[in-house]
Ligand binder design. Structure first.
Ligand SMILES: [Zn+2]
Ligand SMILES: [Zn+2]
Length: 346
């Protein structure tokens, strides 16, 4: 009897479906898609990450970097924090798609000339490109290989290198130095300046390190000259050159690398006296005594870096929300940039 009832219901179901209009069937299919994650929590979370990162990508495009802390940018960057501080999303399809979208935008924008001022691009972590009308300066560019993963492809980084005239390397850590990228520059006849302990055997590198502040003029292949001021910084015990680079337009940007050292605060307090007025200071978001370092260099604007370094465990990946908490105490104008963004410095 039970079997007969089931047979009748099932047959009835098939009969019924053949008379349901196609629009209703389409509606049902859509509903089925929405609930297709039941019992598939991992798939659901990946889909959610994909939806969120696409939205972050779009929100950053529609709300480009400005000084201060606008709510829309904070929301976008904090959502990004939430995803990259959950390691299950590391190097997944949603993550890789986001990274590719951001680097493609930088590559596309670098095709255009900068007519006025200095455009500062933040690719990732402390990978920075600063471009004026006459020169394009790179700092700490890496593909960022972490075990078997790589944030940027060789091809994409080559496209960035093709647009640059020179690279400065602040200190000997793998999130700042990539031998493959160094070779890309050197092969193209573009100078690379680095601390004395970086890739020592590569004699083409302009190795620089002193206990004092030094200054030199660096001539580029295009005939343009840069004034380079080098400060003897440290990340704890490790030597860390802070480069202040002045372009032919008399615009100066300093890159602080991973500056973090108590003793250096003595000379940092007066660093502004050794360098032309800084148009921008790029600084690691976890530097020692942020407000004192900024006061010492006295830039027109501060740009933070090193948020969400993927090679770190999540406690030291450093979130954008932490950066905003620190920077909201600072009186100097500041700009917090996501990956693959740029800001026009005056
Ligand atoms: Zn670092
Ligand atoms: Zn470091």
């Amino acid at each position: 009897m039970k079997r007969l009832f089931c047979t009748l219901v099932c047959v009835g179901g098939i009969t019924l479906s053949t008379v349901v209009p196609s629009t209703v069937q389409a509606q049902e299919k859509k509903t089925a898609e929405k609930t297709a994650y039941w019992g598939k929590s991992d798939l659901y979370l990946q889909k959610q990450a994909s939806v969120m990162l696409n939205l972050v990508d779009q929100a950053l495009d529609e709300n480009p970097p400005v000084a201060g802390a606008p709510m829309t940018r904070k929301l976008a960057l904090y959502n990004f924090d939430a995803i990259v501080h959950e390691t299950k999303y590391d190097y997944t399809e949603p993550f890789n798609t986001f990274v590719k979208s951001r680097i493609d935008k930088v590559i596309a924008d670098l095709q255009k000339p900068v007519k006025k001022g200095m455009r500062v691009y933040k690719l990732y972590n402390e990978c920075v490109v600063a471009r004026t009308k006459s020169v394009t300066i790179a700092f700490d560019i890496v593909r960022r290989k972490i075990k078997t993963n790589q944030i940027f492809s060789d091809e994409d980084i080559q496209k960035i290198v093709d647009q640059c005239d020179v690279m400065f390397l602040t200190h000997n850590h793998p999130d700042h130095v990539d031998p493959v990228v160094v070779d890309m520059f050197l092969k193209a006849g573009k100078p690379v300046m680095a601390t004395a302990n970086i890739l020592k055997k590569k004699t083409d590198i302009l190795h620089r390190r002193s206990d004092k502040v030094t200054k030199e003029t660096l001539k580029l292949a295009n005939g343009k000259e840069l004034l380079v001021t080098i400060f003897p910084g440290h990340q704890s015990e490790l030597i860390n050159n802070i480069y202040a680079v002045t372009t032919p337009e008399k615009l100066t940007i300093a890159h602080a690398g991973d500056q973090y050292n108590k003793e250096d605060m003595e000379w940092i307090a007066n660093a502004k006296n050794d360098v032309p007025k800084l148009n921008a200071l790029f600084i690691n978001c976890w530097t020692h005594r942020m407000s004192d370092v900024i006061a010492g260099f006295n830039p027109k604007v501060v740009i933070t870096g090193h948020e969400n370094e993927m090679g770190h465990t999540i406690d030291h990946r450093e979130a954008f929300w932490l950066t905003f908490q620190k920077m909201e105490q600072i009186t100097t104008p500041y700009v917090v940039m996501g990956w693959g963004e740029w800001y026009n410095v005056k």
